[in-house]
Design a protein around this ligand. Structure first.
Ligand code: UDP
Length: 347
């Protein structure tokens, strides 16, 4: 049997990383995960090797490169909470930046020349144009986005100096879960909207707090572009194949081009789950731009990428199936949402 090229996936036990591991073989790559399991979960890596190690542990990382001889690296291992990054920037610059530098130095040493960076819409800051094209000015308003922008800048210089090619994938809001029901989103503590809304629907959490209702948007709550994690994972391999074929660095937005407000997400979640989601109105969260919606035509045209799984309904449906499976059966006093009850009687 022909040996497939190996892709080393840092953070392969994490939410998006584990979905990339799942997509690797379908795309002609053999995945090897490198994860310290501080945020990730060993169960999330199924049917492929997992090296438990710190990115800061240069010796261990180097040994993994030596053993598995990756042709390329996908780098998911990082902290991703906007609010936390504002409160604790040291953590974000230390881990997101300096650990990546160690990874780059091992790549240079081992002559691995292809790198996919999990970048983010947060590198754009407050948009001056929506939908946001890739050419939009990058002026992050939180340390999370700033740490990723720094990596983009470093990698642009590494391309020129060392021929290390990289593709920056600027994710909008990753959500949903693999259709198999075997992997999905579990952050501890959870900070992201959709799992928190589902927690509230299940009664695992008293309510969801809406962070700010005085934004300059139609209903006053923040608008985000939610992209299904399976679509996101698939884009990594399209981008990797193209980068290796053309031997050229590039950068792409990964979003659907359609935004939903926090309130719209909650309403849709009630519809999909059939459960009432108790809501509390709260203050704005520091570091949140009012609206982040992608112009994603570049990935569609250049990579032939299509976000096929990313309707808000499918995102919520797959996330709900995962959430219920992982967190147990609904043990709750919540009442089904009125709208869903009507919908059920109509059919
Ligand atoms: N959000 C909220 N309540 C929460 C968590 C998030 O209102 O408990 C809002 C948040 O302010 C943002 C949107 O939901 O406008 C998506 O936030 P998330 O943390 O999921 O992703 P981010 O946009 O920060 O990457």
């Amino acid at each position: 049997m022909k040996k497939l090229p190996v892709v080393l996936i840092t953070g392969g036990a994490g939410y998006i990383g584990s979905h990339a591991v799942q997509e690797a073989r379908k795309n002609g790559f053999d995945p090897v995960s490198y994860d310290n399991l501080s945020l990730g979960h060993a169960w999330a890596v199924q049917g492929s090797p997992l090296v438990k190690g710190e990115l800061a542990d240069r010796k261990k990382l180097s040994a993994a490169f030596k053993k598995f001889k990756p042709a390329a690296v996908m780098h998911f291992a990082s902290h991703t909470s906007v609010g936390e990054s504002v409160a604790n920037p040291q953590k974000y610059y230390q881990d997101n930046l300096t650990n990546a530098m160690t990874l780059f130095s091992v790549m240079l040493e081992r002559k691995v020349r292809y790198f996919i960076l999990s970048s983010t819409a947060a590198t754009y800051g407050d948009p001056v144009e929506v939908p946001i094209p890739e050419t939009h000015p990058q002026a992050p308003i939180n340390p999370y986005g700033d740490s990723k922008l720094m990596l983009e800048k470093i990698l642009a210089w590494y391309d020129k100096a060392y021929g290390l090619r990289s593709t920056f994938l600027r994710y909008f809001n990753a959500a949903g879960a693999d259709a198999s029901g075997k992997i999905g989103e579990v952050h501890e503590p959870e900070t992201h909207l959709i799992p928190l809304v589902l927690d509230a629907a299940m009664g695992r959490r008293k309510e969801i707090t809406v962070f700010g209702q005085d934004y300059p948007t139609a209903d006053g709550t923040c608008i985000r572009d939610y992209i299904h994690v399976t679509d996101l994972a698939g884009a990594h391999f399209l981008a990797l194949k193209r980068m290796m074929e053309k031997d050229k660095s590039d950068f792409f937005n990964l979003g659907t081009g359609k935004g939903f407000s926090v309130k719209e997400v909650i309403t849709k979640a009630e519809e999909v789950t059939g459960m009432k989601v108790p809501v509390k109105m709260g203050a704005r969260r520091a570091g949140d731009p009012p609206e982040l919606v992608a112009r994603s035509s570049k990935a569609m045209e250049t990579l032939g990428w299509q976000p096929r799984h990313s309707s808000l309904e499918n995102i919520l449906r797959t996330a709900w199936a995962w959430h219920q499976g992982y967190f147990g059966k609904i043990k709750t006093s919540r009442q089904p949402a009125a709208r869903s009850r009507q919908a059920r009687t109509r059919h």
